[in-house]
Design a protein around this ligand. Structure first.
Ligand code: T68
Length: 838
């Protein structure tokens, strides 16, 4: 009974006064103005767009909070299994537009804001992105939160409340410059919970004691304590009252720790220093995508967040007074990559050291609780922690890891007697100098399921990094859940006109919660008006992007040209270098053409965007090459509109919402076998763009769904990559002749001082071409020629686009979450009664 917490005599009064939130335009205006005047203490005479954004957000926040409170109560009383999604990154982007659409009151807000003198788009764009992530992994977590709430799963996200999210990128003189992203100035979407504070211990030592029953127990003593303070963010589902919680932890010096000794003796600065040291833990997001550098502060972040989250989860479980054996029936914990692996060790520590469970029983509970998703096979991204570093920071956890390893190796030894090399290979501890803890192995051993994020990737992990573990545990422990994206943000919000057109044909917006309904669009392939409108929408989206480009770069691009887009983190494996080298090849080809030949060519705009990790020098060089080529090409009178090259600075979620709907073609061209899934490929196709790509990650499943004739595939296959690399290293490397001409132009200084690009060129020509740029170059160029040809037949092109969209149902993150829920978490949704106005 939801009301049982209010004493009987006062229940009516509480009910009568309980907040309702607005539903009408009038009420929305009331609430918005009230918040501007009183909550923000602003005079209405200087209510600018930012104040309007703040007032409108607070009005919507009130609505979310009301449902959020009810959802939390409902979930508590239902007392059923919950999912906890642990991710070091949540790349949420903006919240207001999403809140408006999910509660179904965007039209009300638009009309209300108009009355108050504002355009809704201008108000929405005041919001600072919540950018607590690097790229795909963090955005996946955000899509999953949206789907879990929409599907009414009792689910919590747990993460870190970084004071600085991913840096802002500025392009200065063609180089990336990083600027700190201080995003918390005004953030109406979070609620500090100062009453929910957890003490987190670091360093110290372990001693052994006898307890009352004479049992030998480990006690972790000494060291230092840092406080974890909870900040809660409401996550509204789409067209459902379910509003879940994302809990982010912020670090603060513990009250006990604030050094009053120093303070009282007048050493104020030193005592403040301790405060700052504690706050450093959650200060900044590490800006590396697919790279682990083993810094101690990162390990501190990981433990801080895992320990606080586990404390919270265990506390909630204990309130139910169930036996520990029921823990896995009430709790599923999903690890987003290996970053939260210490949570496995922490739960074992809580059960054995603090709750007195027997080791074996505790470990069974742990394994049945956790599951682990892997997002990469690339060696440089696999997490390993130095044993000495861990010994110092988390002495008890290291002991537990050694014990887990010892029992695991004994089991393997029994299964594979005398296979000493097997024991060496699968040991959690790598016998290197220093010794290292292999987190992917620990995560695998501590979980009941391990999954990859697209079919090829899930196959690859079974035949590479986890090959031995498949032998040990059997194949059933390993599974695939192909990634997905939320159609709410990536279609309805980013491309409202297309969403509306689709709804008008399908008779409503059901496709937004059942994306397979898109397949009915194929019935309209002969509908001239429909196709015309589709084309107009694409054109309008391109005009909007062209406007953004001229505003931010000064480069004027023709929206009638073919827009060719590659936006994602800059990485050698993602091969932006292949793209820009191909662009140079196109430029050289145009320069060599007669005026007559040029007339037959389809104009192109090559659009790049994405951040390079600040310490990734080669990636920064690629950005510089793109900008340098743009400088030359965009000012070459011979070329005119036939080719433009632009770099969009500071690619993030809100920019993606403008860029994604504007592509004709987008590039997903990683070396086969390197991109675990990719998710922007799905977003582009869902918005009516085609893709050029390699047989890698989810491109393969996209091909299966949309059909081979609707995608431009090229390049070597994953199964051949190893042999090609081997051949390069043993003298058989041959530079592609077209690529050789491109390098000649660069070396001749066609794009400025050639020395700046020497290392980039020689990584291909002299250092083994690890990413197979030369091997795939010819096939890439030829496939782009096919794209040019295909684009000339606009009718056929349009048919490919519409057909592709109609076949994208599989790639909804709703399907993906349902697979996790059924195959891995074993949780049921908790469907609320739909209330009025929903
Ligand atoms: C991405 N991984 C995969 N990692 O590269 C991409 N790494 O193929 C996949 O679609 C996506 O995950 C979702 O599954 C990342 O984004 C990181 O950002 C990262 C961050 C820290 C350390 C290592």
């Amino acid at each position: 009974n939801v009301e049982a917490s209010i004493p009987e005599p006062q229940r009516d009064a509480w009910k009568k006064h309980s907040a309702q939130g607005f539903t009408t335009k009038e009420q929305f205006e009331d609430e918005t103005v009230r918040h501007v005047e009183t909550t923000l203490a602003r005079s209405l005479f200087n209510c600018d767009e930012l104040a309007a954004y703040s007032g409108a957000s607070l009005a919507f926040r009130d609505r979310l909070v009301i449902e959020w409170n009810k959802t939390q109560q409902r979930q508590t009383f239902a007392d059923q299994k919950r999912v906890y999604y642990l991710s070091l990154e949540f790349l949420m982007g903006r919240a207001l537009d999403n809140a408006m659409l999910n509660v179904g009151l965007k039209d009300v807000a638009r009309a209300g804001l108009k009355d108050l003198g504002f355009r809704i788009e201008d108000v929405i764009s005041q919001e600072h992105d919540a950018a607590l992530g690097n790229g795909g992994l963090g955005r996946l977590a955000a899509c999953f939160l949206d789907s879990m709430a929409t599907l009414n799963y009792p689910a919590w996200g747990y993460g870190l409340r970084y004071r600085y999210g991913i840096f802002k990128q500025e392009i200065v003189d063609g180089y990336q410059v990083e600027v700190p992203d201080y995003w918390l100035d005004f953030n109406p979407w979070e609620f500090p919970r100062h009453d929910i504070t957890v003490d987190i211990q670091f360093y110290g030592h372990v001693s052994r004691h006898q307890d009352e029953d004479g049992k030998n127990v480990a006690v972790w003593e000494g060291g230092e304590i840092v406080d974890a303070v909870a900040y809660d963010v409401p996550i509204p589902g789409f067209q459902t009252p379910t509003t879940n919680n994302l809990r982010l932890w912020s670090s603060k010096a513990s009250k006990g720790e604030f050094d009053f000794q120093k303070f009282n003796s007048g050493d104020y600065e030193a005592s403040v220093g301790d405060q700052q040291r504690a706050e450093t833990i959650s200060a900044v997001l590490y800006p590396n995508d697919n790279l682990e550098r083993g810094k101690e502060l990162r390990l501190k972040q990981q433990y801080f967040w895992c320990a606080a989250s586990l404390y919270d989860i265990v506390r909630r479980f204990k309130k139910s007074k169930k036996a520990w054996s029921a823990f896995p029936d009430m709790v599923a914990i999903q690890l987003n990559d290996t970053h939260p692996t210490l949570a496995i060790v922490e739960l074992q520590r809580i059960l054995v050291d603090l709750e007195g469970l027997d080791w074996v029983e505790a470990w069974g509970i742990v394994q049945n609780t956790f599951s682990y998703a892997n997002h990469t096979v690339m060696p440089e991204a696999l997490e390993k922690w130095s044993v000495p570093v861990m010994q110092n920071l988390l002495p008890r956890h290291l002991q537990i890891i050694y014990e887990v390893n010892s029992q695991f190796l004994q089991m393997v030894e029994k299964q594979f007697p005398k296979d000493r090399d097997m024991l060496r290979r699968v040991s959690i501890i790598e016998e290197s100098q220093p010794k290292m803890v292999r987190m992917a192995y620990l995560a695998t051993i501590g979980s009941h399921k391990v999954n990859g994020v697209a079919e090829l990737h899930s196959d690859l992990i079974k035949s590479t990094i986890f090959k031995d573990f498949v032998e040990i545990y059997g194949p059933d422990k390993f599974t695939n859940v192909t990634n997905g994206i939320t159609p709410r943000r990536w279609l309805h919000q980013a491309n409202p006109r297309l969403s509306e057109l689709i709804a008008s044909k399908l008779g409503g917006y059901e496709f937004l919660t059942d994306l397979t309904k898109l397949n009915k669009l194929e019935h309209f392939l002969d509908d001239k008006d429909f196709k015309k409108e589709w084309q107009e929408i694409k054109y309008a989206n391109k005009v909007r992007l062209a406007q953004h480009i001229v505003n931010t770069t000064g480069v004027r691009v023709n929206p009638k040209a073919l827009f060719d887009i590659q936006v994602k983190r800059i990485h050698e494996y993602k091969r932006q270098q292949l793209n820009i080298l191909g662009v140079i090849h196109r430029y050289l080809t145009i320069k060599a053409m007669s005026a007559e030949e040029r007339k037959k060519l389809a104009p192109r705009v090559s659009i790049f965007g994405g951040k390079a990790a600040p310490g990734y020098w080669m990636a920064k060089t690629v950005i510089h090459l793109v900008c340098s080529v743009g400088e030359v090409v965009n000012n070459d009178k011979d070329v005119g509109d036939l080719l433009k090259v632009v770099y969009i600075e500071d690619y993030n979620v809100s920019k993606a919402e403008i860029i994604t709907p504007a592509s004709d073609i987008s590039e997903h061209i990683s070396t086969a076998g390197t991109e675990a899934s990719g998710t922007s490929n799905m977003k582009f196709v869902l918005n009516g763009g085609l893709i050029i790509g390699t047989c890698d990650g989810a491109n393969i499943e996209i091909t299966r769904e949309v059909g081979e004739s609707n995608i431009f595939l090229f390049g070597n296959l994953a199964e051949d990559v190893e042999d090609l690399r081997h051949a390069h290293n043993y003298g058989s490397f041959k530079l592609d002749p077209d690529l050789a001409k491109v390098f000649d132009a660069i070396k001749d200084g066609a794009f400025g001082d050639a020395n700046r690009f020497t290392a980039l060129c020689s990584s291909i020509t002299d250092h083994g071409d690890y990413y197979l740029v030369s091997d795939d170059f010819n096939s890439y160029i030829k496939t782009h020629a096919l794209v040019d040809e295909a684009y000339k037949d606009q009718d056929a092109w349009l048919e490919k686009c519409i057909t592709s969209v109609s076949r994208m149902g599989f790639f909804s993150s709703d399907r993906c979450i349902q697979e996790y829920a059924e195959m891995i978490w074993n949780v049921e949704p908790l469907v609320p009664e739909q209330r009025n106005g929903k």
